[in-house]
Design a protein around this ligand. Sequence first.
Ligand SMILES: Nc1ncnc2c1ncn2[C@@H]1O[C@H](COP(=O)(O)OP(=O)(O)OP(=O)(O)O)[C@@H](O)[C@H]1O
Ligand SMILES: [Mg+2]
Length: 396
Amino acid sequence: MTDDNGNNESSDRRDLGNVLRECHEKEAFNFALFQHNPSAITVVDREGKVVKSNLARRHAHDSLPELGRVLFSGDSECDIIMKSELKKTLEQNVVREVSDVRSGGHIFAYTLAPFTHGAIVIRQDITEHKRAEAQLVQAQKLAALGTLVSGVAHEVSNPNNVMLLSLKTIRRITDDLLPVLDEHKEKEGDFDLGIGPYSEIREDIPEMVASCYRAAERINRLVSDLKNYARKEDGEVRDLFDVNAVVQGASELMNSTISKATHHFSVTCADDLPPVKGAARRIEQVVINLLSNACQAVPNQDCAISLSTAYNPAANEVHIMVQDEGVGIPPEAVSQITDPFFTTKHDTGGTGLGLSISRQIVETHGGALVFSSAGGRGTLVTIALPVPRGSEEETA
Ligand SMILES: Nc1ncnc2c1ncn2[C@@H]1O[C@H](COP(=O)(O)OP(=O)(O)OP(=O)(O)O)[C@@H](O)[C@H]1O
Ligand SMILES: [Mg+2]
């Protein structure tokens, strides 16, 4: 059938049906996109009043003004900033992006898009993203610091070795020279030596040389700690080793320091330990660092220090425990003690590298360094090392 204009009426009806179906599909699509969008979306009218919000916005941690109430009407810093941004969007009819808006411990990025009846406010929680970014920056800084440190360590190491070598020789020379000078003084009488009469500085000379030597040795230790810290790959042989042997070795090396620090030192080795894989010397270094911290933490020789090993079958880990009855670690410091250069021993020359190197070593072995300390009542440090698959059977 055709109308007065010669159009086909039934084909028009079909076209209209198609258009309606397409409209309906588009609307359903837009609705699903709006409702299930992971960003929190709020639609406001030209006065900034909430018209609707999607599921993500309604389920957000903070409450949304009820329908009909003005968005951003509070007096928080976030509301003040966003109110002015929304006003600009509505007046100027332009899309605005506002990032790093802080509210309720979260960081948000907003997109404000105008549309015929008002504006769409899209909010993304970028807290985690920002945190990861900050961690990456921190890691890059530490890596740069590592490179710098190893460069400086290298530069310091060479002249310091020259000093150490020369001071060793000077020490031997003075040992031989002093009796000669003593004899000379006996025969010829007292004489001036640089800063005063020989008789007055005679006793100080060996101590001056010895203190220079000790200082150079300290620089040497610091440099080697810094080198260890900066070293990423130690290139050492990684083999199965007996943790009990490492523990015994470390306690023997620390014997004189330990006996000065406490009268109550004990070593208890579990006899069911499976071997672990790694560089035994490096783990020994960690045990030495922990023992030396324990020795520095005990206020007198009545406070005990114990070193023990155990196998934890549930976690399939070997544990090395260093426990002391020392001053303990204050709760606020626990999160910092493995940071490079964190030390409370400025007066006694602590470098603050012991634990950061130790943690690095343990982590490259796939393990963890765990601290537990109730302030003022001693400290327990556990080195947890994973047992390689299959070697649980072989007891050391
Ligand atoms: N057993 C412990 N008891 C109490 N505090 C401890 C203990 N072990 C570590 N600490 C705290 O952690 C800090 C960091 O220890 P770390 O071994 O890294 O450096 P350090 O001992 O100060 O210096 P060094 O580089 O000479 O080892 C110490 O200064 C101390 O405050
Ligand atoms: Mg230390």
